[in-house]
Design a protein around this ligand. Structure first.
Ligand code: SF4
Ligand code: SF4
Length: 430
């Protein structure tokens, strides 16, 4: 009975804590400016099913994609078993779904195979990240917490899966010994290899089985509450993020609505003047971004596929699109904490531009869209970079001299080059 009460308290506490933290993230995302991503629902649903559920973009690199699929599918499906664990925990039953007979045995059989594939996948990922030193997993923006975060979650998944398999091994040995409550149920293709490692006394086996059971369930509750501070939030956010993907062709840039309205009025004075004033042209801080940019930041898996295909980064420039997303998330988190503390955002003298992302980074971008193309969860770092550039140019008139020259040429010659319009056709005389 004490165990049931303790389980109930832990379950409710972990759900409440998760709800509180998830609500804060939702509030932070809603701090962004509005943008319409609710049109064309069937196209959006298709994108979500292909990219998030089907992991379509992951398969550009087949080996990590396959390992990721093991971990993703295995981890999701094994958690169906959580339903049984929750019912057993609340009502003091043991393997409550075993009344399903052969189908139950099939499920446990499949869960064990999946648990083993998750374990194997995580071990390989751990080795790849820490010993093979893959470049994109060892760049400077991953120093400290991001690296620890990745290793913590891999270790946790390895331990959770090991606990699941040892729990089943102890259970089947107790079933074979005819221990009370441990009726014959389940099929154990993997954990049967662990049985010989366990002691023969019933009391020790029950201790091991219960320890693994509690370890597994407490681990899952902890994982749930770790998600909001981890890059692993993408497990949940990949779905809405891909649904709300920008559906226009990647190379098509959006005009700034405030500028468009002003230009329209200049061209046609009969139109009514724009209502209100644009608060700011471009993006200086995270609050100038759209909610979708902020959702992108929270969804970033820090995989570095964008950075490893970014021509600026490859040629040694400071720019890393992954860092752009990580900085954006860090800044909006900082703003969120400021709001929690003061009730509303109080100027802290910081901004996304300069305090997090430098001008050297934003002007290194070639606007090639390779990062957008590569991202497995359809994140768009280029939109943020362009917003920061728009602010630098339109609000501060601070563009690099090469860009300023181009602006002057556009203004004077109607083309980016330094030749006057009258000389444009000179090349035909060559
Ligand atoms: S759009 Fe910019 S940030 Fe993205 S890959 Fe190209 S150069 Fe890099
Ligand atoms: S933006 Fe996309 S590709 Fe880049 S690190 Fe984040 S998830 Fe990976």
């Amino acid at each position: 009975m004490i165990g049931q009460i303790l389980f109930g308290v832990l379950l409710i506490a972990s759900l409440i804590l998760f709800f509180i933290n998830a609500k804060k993230i939702y509030r932070n995302i809603k701090l962004g400016k509005s943008v319409n991503r609710f049109d064309r629902p069937s196209e959006r649903l298709k994108t979500m099913l292909l990219v998030a559920f089907g992991q379509k973009k992951m398969f550009k690199r087949p080996i990590p994609a396959l390992l990721h699929l093991f971990v993703y599918v295995g981890f999701c499906i094994i958690n169906i078993e959580m339903l049984e664990i929750v019912i057993d925990g609340l009502f003091g039953t043991h393997r409550v779904f075993s009344f399903m007979g052969g189908f139950y045995n099939f499920l446990i059989y499949a869960f064990e195979l999946l648990a083993f594939s998750v374990l194997l996948g995580c071990v390989i990922f751990f080795i790849r990240r820490n010993f093979l030193k893959l470049k994109r997993l060892n760049q400077s923006e991953l120093n400290n917490w991001p690296k620890t975060d990745a290793n913590l979650i891999l270790t946790a998944e390895i331990l959770l899966m090991a606990a699941f398999l040892f729990m089943n091994a102890a259970d089947q040995k107790l079933q074979a010994l005819g221990a009370e409550h441990y009726h014959i149920a389940g099929a154990f293709p993997v954990s049967s290899y662990l049985v010989n490692l366990l002691p023969d006394e019933v009391s020790s086996l029950i201790l091991i089985e219960r320890f693994c059971w509690w370890f597994h369930i407490i681990g899952v509750f902890a994982f749930l509450n770790y998600l909001p501070i981890s890059k692993h939030l993408h497990i949940l956010l990949a779905f809405p993020n891909t649904y709300f993907t920008r559906l226009e062709p990647k190379g098509k840039f959006d005009n700034m609505p405030s500028v468009t309205e002003e230009v329209k009025v200049m061209l046609d004075p009969s139109l009514p003047p724009p209502i209100g004033e644009a608060s700011r042209f471009g993006v200086k801080d995270a609050l100038d971004l759209t909610w979708k940019n902020l959702l992108d930041a929270y969804t970033c898996t820090e995989c570095g596929r964008c950075t490893s295909s970014c021509p600026a980064n490859i040629t040694g420039k400071l720019l890393s699109p992954r860092k752009i997303m990580m900085d954006t998330r860090d800044r909006i988190e900082e703003i969120g904490k400021n709001i929690d503390k003061n009730g509303s955002f109080q100027d802290d003298g910081k901004a996304l531009l300069d305090n997090y992302i430098t001008r050297e980074e934003i002007w290194a971008c070639t606007s090639c869209n390779a990062c957008v193309e590569q991202c497995p969860v359809n994140i768009n770092p280029l939109e943020i970079i362009m917003g920061l550039r728009q602010y630098a140019v339109m609000e501060e008139s601070q563009a690099p001299s090469s860009v300023n020259n181009m602006f002057s040429n556009l203004e004077n010659n109607g083309a980016p080059w330094k030749y006057s319009q009258a000389d444009r056709a000179n090349w035909t005389n060559q």
